[in-house]
Design a binder for this molecule. Structure first.
Ligand code: ADP
Ligand code: MG
Length: 681
């Protein structure tokens, strides 16, 4: 066991020559610190040493002496090493296949730990292909809780254990992220001890303490980052936007439908926020079709009435155009319909110039655009409210860019259809206010979801054809654009080519994916929206990009490759009118469908599905759909309510005690990185 400088390379270590060092580099490990940061994937608990008289078939660990060992070649060049191992209670046969070096390495009179599978071989119980090492106080591969690492070419768990063993003492040189008083109060290990225990657990208890420590640090950092973000956000003034009851009533009366209760509550929560001169930071969360736009409109209306400008950022041009049209309609009865303007990248320079001038002069009150809003030379007179639709990567810096002149921060309303599990929301966005649209507008039928075996598509294709005959439109979503890259998944290109030449040669098909140019994509989407395309074969680019009420069928190919929340969102693309919507889930093979896919076919509750995804695939899966950068929770489980509660308490302690982040450089570094991740706007 050794300690070495953390920044040192690996080539000085036993078993690491230049070629192995290169392999390590390939998986991102060049220094000892990076090696220590390579956490085990799982563990095998072989810590219990049994006596031979008591062992039963299955994995066993014994401490033995080897009486005799022989190696021989049997038929077809297979080599067998056979040895007899004994302890005070009895003896057992060890067998290794094709490990001819074994016999020579065994010393008689020496004690060994042996871990392997006891099973019946040629009518005798034998331990086959066991791991074996000389007995010691610190075994690596046997007689302990054995770490198992993610392996890659040339880098096995055995090698990792051997190499880590040589540097494990260096773990104690790692900088401590937690302030001492927090570490003590919550009875946590030092970071060094925790990392050391994580690689080489010395007991089940200290192993559990190590995992708790590292999980605690992970969650603490995220929560602290979230609360610093909030403090930072609230340190600047925002406009006070008064609530005008008459105007709100007039607007609501003019709608062609009655608001759902959830919409009413959400609007009311927003109105209460924006009256205060503190920047609102609210997330409006609701399934596709739950009616977020009208709530955003109600917020925007009040801001305009108070004399402020409003900007709405949409993820695509098509969506921006749809929003601009919808909002102009919505505002007709209020006298604010003349003041909505579109600003997107594809406008002609002359049009753009006019829009920019009218925005700068303050004539335009409601600006709808894409991210291009930030790039264009838009000078907003007095932005009071910023609405961000499905576009989470929008940092504080970007927000500031929109308000150079006004001297205050706008209120921000973010809208998303991604169901964020409560536990995740509490950790990451604990400081964020959330409004939920958990009721769908009346008259919408729940979508019928079915799992279809990839080998019996006839009924599926018949159904698609029937729907098209009735004038409906269909999406087919595939996990990849092109075949290849070793993944066995249906590609959009191949599916498109095949279907348009065979089953659906009498129908209009188009292909849509992320590698296409923006104007090509917009053209296809617009054709689809105009009803000129029967079947759109696409990748997940359609996830946030499109809203076509006439589409009634969603087919998800290679469904096992998608997250549940993501598929739930895709499913929400159909059944947007009063027609029945269908979602067909096609797994990549005809094996029995996984519990995940069955859950999707049985539940339309996005939150339930997201919780399940979180449990089965971790927060990264959900974070992926939030397009929100990497979330690295390697140890903490968000289902661990106690851990979340303790970490939250520790964050409060930290803030109350006015601990200075700058006194803890390691914590500061980590929290700064986390701040970029946990910001929703
Ligand atoms: P999303 O939450 O996906 O953004 P939209 O705001 O686009 O949903 O609304 C979807 C459709 O539902 C729109 O056509 C909208 O006019 C309609 N809608 C919104 N609220 C209601 C309601 N309370 N009752 C009936 N239809 C509604
Ligand atoms: Mg929407």
């Amino acid at each position: 066991m050794g300690s070495m400088e953390l920044t040192g390379g690996l080539t000085g270590l036993k078993g690491v020559g230049p070629s192995v060092a290169a392999l390590f580099k390939g998986i991102g490990i060049s220094t000892i610190a990076e090696l220590l940061d390579y956490f085990p994937r799982t563990y095998n608990d072989y810590s219990e040493i049994q006596t031979i008289s008591k062992i039963k078939p299955g994995m066993v660990t014994v401490e033995v002496e080897i009486k005799q060992s022989t190696g021989r070649y049997v038929r077809r060049g297979m080599h067998i090493t056979e040895a007899v191992a004994s302890d005070a209670t009895g003896s057992v046969r060890l067998l290794w296949f094709n490990q001819p070096y074994r016999a020579a390495s065994i010393k008689t009179g020496q004690k060994y730990f042996v871990t392997g599978k006891l099973e019946l071989k040629a009518q005798r119980f034998s331990i086959t292909n066991p791991s074996m090492e000389q007995s010691s106080d610190f075994p690596l591969h046997t007689a302990r809780i054995v770490p198992v690492y993610r392996e890659s070419k040339g880098i096995t768990s055995t090698l990792l254990r051997r190499v880590l063993y040589q540097v494990i003492k260096s773990a104690y040189l790692l900088p401590e992220p937690l302030p001492e008083e927090i570490r003590r109060k919550y009875k946590l290990l030092t970071y060094g001890a925790a990392i050391s225990e994580l690689h080489f657990p010395t007991s089940r208890e200290s192993f559990a303490a190590a995992r708790r420590t590292i999980g605690f640090i992970e969650v603490f950092e995220l929560m602290l980052a979230a609360s610093l973000n909030k403090a930072q956000n609230q340190s600047e003034p925002a406009p006070s936007i008064p609530f005008k009851e008459k105007l709100a009533q007039k607007f609501v009366k003019s709608l062609p439908f009655t608001l759902t209760n959830a919409q009413r509550v959400a609007a009311w929560q927003i109105y209460q926020d924006i009256v205060f001169p503190v920047p609102m930071n609210r997330l409006l969360e609701g399934d596709v079709g739950s009616g977020k736009t009208v709530v955003a409109g109600m917020a925007g209306l009040m801001a305009m009435e108070a004399g402020y400008q409003v900007a709405l950022m949409a993820p695509t041009e098509l969506l921006a155009r749809q929003h601009a049209e919808t909002l102009t309609d919505l505002f007709k009865a209020t006298g604010h319909d003349e003041v909505v303007s579109l600003l997107v990248g594809s406008l002609k320079p002359a049009q753009k110039k006019i829009a920019q001038e009218r925005i700068a002069s303050g004539h335009i009150k409601f600006i709808v655009g894409t991210q291009a809003l930030l790039q264009e030379k838009v000078v907003m007179q007095n932005l009071g409210l910023l609405i961000v639709d499905e576009q989470h990567r929008f940092g504080v810096d970007q927000r500031k860019k929109l308000l150079k002149s006004s001297g205050y921060m706008p209120h921000v309303l973010s809208m998303t259809a991604t169901p964020i599990p409560r536990s995740l929301a509490l950790t990451l966005y604990g400081e964020l206010d959330i409004s939920l649209l958990d009721v769908m507008p009346m008259g919408r039928k729940p979508i019928i979801t079915e799992i279809v075996s990839p080998n019996s598509r006839e009924p599926l294709y018949k159904k698609i054809d029937d729907e098209i005959t009735q004038g409906r439109q269909v999406y087919i979503v595939c996990p990849v654009i092109k075949e290849g890259s070793g993944l066995k998944a249906p590609s959009a290109e191949q599916t498109y080519e095949k279907l348009r030449k065979t089953t659906f040669k009498h129908r209009q098909l188009r292909l849509l994916h992320g590698k296409m140019k923006d104007d090509e994509k917009s053209a296809v989407m617009e054709e689809f929206a105009a009803g000129k395309i029967d079947i759109l074969v696409a990748t997940t680019v359609i996830e946030v990009g499109i809203s076509v009420a006439n589409a009634s069928v969603m087919v998800i190919e290679g469904a096992d490759r998608f997250g549940l929340a993501q598929m739930h969102q895709l499913r929400g693309r159909v059944g947007r009118s009063t027609d029945q919507g269908y979602c067909f889930i096609v797994p990549s093979d005809s094996k029995a469908p996984s519990p995940r896919l069955r859950a999707l076919s049985q539940s339309t509750d996005g939150f339930k599905l997201a919780e399940l995804d979180l449990e089965l695939r971790g927060p990264g899966a959900i974070y992926g759909t939030l397009q929100h950068g990497e979330l690295d929770l390697r140890i903490a489980k968000l289902s661990d309510a106690k851990l979340l509660a303790e970490s939250r308490k520790a964050v409060n302690d930290f803030i109350k005690a006015k601990i200075k982040l700058s006194d803890y450089p390691e914590l500061k570094r980590r929290v700064r990185a986390a701040q970029a991740v946990v910001t929703l706007n």
